[in-house]
Each structure stands twice: as C-alpha cells, then as structure tokens.
Design a protein around this ligand. Structure first.
Ligand code: HEC
Ligand code: HEC
Ligand code: HEC
Length: 129
C-alpha cells in the first residue's frame, strides 16, 4: 500500500520534471524583432519609398534597381517626392542603413531569409577593411 503511493508520487514527479521545458516556454513565442535604425537613417527620417512598401517590397525595388543599372545603364532613381538616389545596394541602402547586422540581418534571420547578395556586394561600405 505504502509502495503504491510512492510509485504514484514518483510518476507525478517524473512527469513534472520531464515537462519543465514545455512549462518554461509557455507564452514565449519569439517576438518579431524591431529593425534598429542607424543614426543616419534616423536623421533622414524617410526611406527611398514609404515604409509600408519597403517592408514588403524592398527585394522587388532592389531587383528593379539592378535591372536598371545592369541592363539599361541608368543609375539615378527618382522617387515620388522628386528625391534622387544612386541605385546602389551598398552605396545607397547600406550607406544609410549602415547597421546591416541590426537592421537587415536581424529581420532576415527572423524570417529565415538569407540573401546571397553579399557574395559579391560589399556589406560594410562604411568600414574600410
Ligand atoms: C555574382 C555576383 C553578384 C551577386 C551574387 C549579386 N550581384 Fe548585384 N551586381 C553584381 C555586379 C557585377 C553588378 C554591376 C555593378 C555595377 O555596374 O555597378 C551588380 C549590380 C547590382 C545593383 C546596381 C548597382 C549597385 O551598386 O548596387 C543592384 C541594386 C544589385 N546588383 C542588387 C543585387 C541584389 C539585391 C543581390 C542579391 C539578391 C545581388 N545584387 C547579387 C554582381 C552580383
Ligand atoms: C537616406 C536614408 C535611407 C536610404 C538610402 C534607404 N533607407 Fe530604408 N529606411 C530609412 C528610414 C528612415 C526608414 C524608417 C522609416 C520609418 O520609420 O517610417 C527605413 C525603412 C526601411 C525598411 C522598413 C523597416 C521596417 O520598419 O520594417 C526597409 C526594409 C528598408 N528601409 C530597406 C531599404 C533598402 C533595401 C534600401 C535601398 C534600396 C533603403 N532602405 C534605403 C532610410 C533609408
Ligand atoms: C522588416 C524586416 C526586413 C528588413 C528590415 C529587411 N528585410 Fe530584406 N527581406 C525581408 C523578408 C521577410 C524577406 C523574404 C521575402 C520573401 O522570401 O519573399 C527579405 C528578402 C530580401 C531580399 C531577397 C532575398 C532573396 O533571396 O530573394 C533582399 C535582396 C533583401 N531582403 C535585402 C535587404 C536589405 C539590403 C536590407 C537592409 C538595408 C533588408 N533587406 C532589410 C525582411 C526584411
């Protein structure tokens, strides 16, 4: 009789210990990281296009830029407010978003996106190494 109680108590303890990781993780889904703006981006206040567009379509914009430069030899992009930008991944996007690790990479890691662009394009144009 006494043994039976001990066994049941042991089983309850065992289940409790084994499921500890589940309890500890409850309600703790990884939060979406907020992209950190560099001082220069903060000062500029605005991106090349409106933020909502950039959030979802920046890869398309980069594709457009690449095609314009590589296929048409055009290098100047004019946005809807008439502001001009040199169509360059490293010299424009990363000049302003100079904190690639906290800006681009953090978001890409969360979204499991891994752009291969940096095989060729310089990813730290501001650091001269
Ligand atoms: C195999 C090497 C290679 C890879 C990988 C690559 N590019 Fe390029 N890219 C080039 C070359 C070469 C040019 C032409 C450079 C020029 O004329 O200024 C270019 C030009 C560009 C340009 C316009 C010029 C500039 O200074 O940025 C953009 C924008 C661009 N690529 C975007 C991308 C993006 C986005 C990716 C990743 C999705 C990517 N590229 C991956 C080689 C590459
Ligand atoms: C002159 C500075 C500047 C340049 C150049 C620039 N950005 Fe931005 N970008 C900003 C600012 C400022 C914001 C935030 C705007 C806001 O908070 O509404 C931003 C926002 C973004 C966002 C959305 C981030 C979010 O909050 O979800 C993405 C993605 C982005 N930029 C990518 C790019 C890419 C790719 C390029 C090059 C094609 C680029 N930016 C060029 C200043 C810049
Ligand atoms: C707000 C989050 C966020 C920020 C900030 C952000 N990205 Fe992205 N990016 C994404 C997501 C999500 C995808 C994947 C989209 C998909 O797979 O359709 C992506 C995809 C891309 C791609 C296409 C990759 C491919 O293989 O097709 C490029 C190029 C890119 N991002 C460049 C940049 C650059 C450069 C910056 C910083 C200047 C940046 N992104 C900042 C969320 C972000």
């Amino acid at each position: 009789m006494n043994d039976k109680h001990k066994i049941i108590a042991g089983l309850i303890l065992f289940v409790a210990i084994v499921t500890v990781p589940i309890w500890l993780n409850m309600g703790k889904a990884a939060p979406v990281p907020e992209p950190v703006l560099s001082a220069q981006a903060k000062a500029a206040k605005e991106c090349v296009r409106e933020t909502a567009y950039m959030k979802v379509e920046h890869m398309q914009l980069l594709d457009e830029w690449r095609d314009a430069v590589v296929r048409e030899g055009k290098r100047v992009y004019v946005n809807s407010s008439g502001k001009e930008f040199n169509m360059s991944l490293s010299n424009t996007c990363l000049d302003c978003h100079s904190n690639k690790a906290e800006f681009c990479d953090r978001c890409h890691t969360y979204a499991s996106a891994d752009p291969y662009c940096w095989d060729c394009h310089i990813d730290n144009p501001k650091e001269k190494e």
